[in-house]
Design a protein around this ligand. Sequence first.
Ligand SMILES: [Zn+2]
Length: 117
Amino acid sequence: MQEKECPVCEKGKLVQVEDILSEIDGYVFVEKGNRCTHCGEEFIPEEEGERMIKIARRLKLWGEPLKLYRKLSHSARGIVLRIPSDLEKNLGIKGDEEITIQKVGKKKILIEVGSSR
Ligand SMILES: [Zn+2]
């Protein structure tokens, strides 16, 4: 693959990644694209973005944003993230599921519920 220079910082190279989190109408999708090795700027090809919009429409996710803001809190054993009750209901979480936590990009984590290891 040909390496492209980052148009934002003009220092880094764009590398192909498959873990870009992008937000469509409050929903977060994992997409393929390019990420700069220097500044971390992410670029999603137009066709990939359109593909995600189509998927969102098909899933009838459109117009039902579920982006929620919460603060982390501390317990004796570490940092705690409480799952908002709206999300709990929407995802049908009972509270005893196994989850996978994945670091994506620079400042994002992806939490997958009930996934097999
Ligand atoms: Zn850059």
